[in-house]
Design a protein around this ligand. Structure first.
Ligand code: ADP
Ligand code: MG
Length: 296
């Protein structure tokens, strides 16, 4: 490809709402055969709302929400923002010390409270069990039901046991299914990648038409998933928005960041979808194929 033709391609990219780091990016785009899509904030809106609070037997819903909201207050995660704002609407939050964010798993902190004077956990069930808290069958059943309809279930626990489940959900973007169809039309294989639970991931994948799902992946392991696909001989584009996607975006043959995402993701990516419109992914790949195709 001549530099001139590539630059023309770049200018067309800007019109489509694609920011391209350098003209050479278009070269690697052409060979892409697999598109790995982050779930939260990429295929879904990423704006979480609290849908339900389900206390364990004998526990009080208001207390579950207040204690979880207090611990989540120090976290920037969209799940934490949903929980804390719902809790704050209901009343004042409790004071928390020794806060710890456990990436891809949840949060913990010591709550100073009239009722309890101990550590509160909020996150995946494994975060609780690994710290010696019992997660009862009633709690597990609530989690499964929530996950089966595509919602994320956050377990809240203290004093040795899970005390309730918070159900948070974000919506699939109205344009995601169309975006996936466009990728398939180009002969590309879409893969959904997420730290969320397998059942949630499957439900979202079904809604948008993705067959291949890689779920329960810790933030630091997303890059290994991309590497593994590359080792299988696939040429991988990765689309993401979060801090936890940055390494994977850099590792991918082509990294695409949502313009609505974090700075870390945008810096690591080769292309930025300015308006955060997933449909532009297919446009970008079509553009590079066409640009490079005409110059041979
Ligand atoms: P994704 O890959 O979909 O962007 P994350 O890696 O950020 O998701 O999180 C994976 C899972 O870890 C979440 O689905 C949730 O179960 C748990 N988790 C992460 N952060 C928090 C938090 N602040 N509070 C509760 N749970 C959390
Ligand atoms: Mg994300």
């Amino acid at each position: 490809a001549t530099p001139m033709a590539l630059l023309v391609g770049t200018g067309r990219g800007a019109q489509l709402g694609i920011l391209i780091k350098g003209p050479e990016v278009l070269e690697s785009t052409r060979r892409v055969d697999t598109v790995v899509l982050d779930k939260t904030g990429t295929v879904t809106t990423g704006t979480m709302t609290l849908e339900d609070v389900v206390p364990a037997d004998g526990e009080d819903a208001g207390r579950v929400l207040r204690l979880a909201g207090s611990v989540e207050d120090a976290s920037e995660h969209p799940i934490a923002r949903a929980i804390t704002s719902a809790a704050a609407e209901q009343g004042p939050l409790a004071e928390v010390t020794d806060f710890e964010n456990v990436p891809g798993r949840g949060v913990r902190g010591v709550v100073r409270d009239a009722d309890i004077g101990g550590e509160v956990f909020a996150g995946r069930a494994s975060l609780l069990t690994e710290n010696g808290l019992r997660v009862g069958d009633d709690v597990m059943a609530v989690m499964t039901r929530a996950q089966e309809r595509g919602a994320t279930a956050i377990v809240v626990g203290w004093d040795g046991a899970a005390r309730g489940v918070l159900v948070v959900a974000d919506a699939v973007k109205p344009t995601s299914a169309e975006a996936i169809r466009h990728l398939r039309d180009l002969g590309l294989r879409p893969v959904l990648l997420t730290g969320d639970h397998e059942v949630v991931a499957r439900t979202v994948a079904d809604q948008v038409g993705i067959d291949e799902v890689i779920a329960g992946v810790l933030p630091e392991d997303k890059v290994d998933v991309v590497r593994r696909l590359q080792d299988e001989g696939r040429v991988v584009a990765m689309v993401g928005d979060g801090v936890n996607d940055a390494a994977a975006l850099a590792q991918a043959d082509l990294g695409l960041a949502m313009g609505t995402g974090t700075d870390a993701a945008i810096e690591a990516a080769d292309l930025t979808l300015v308006r955060g419109d997933l449909r532009v992914t297919a446009d970008a790949i079509r553009l590079s194929r066409r640009t490079l195709g005409t110059i041979k």
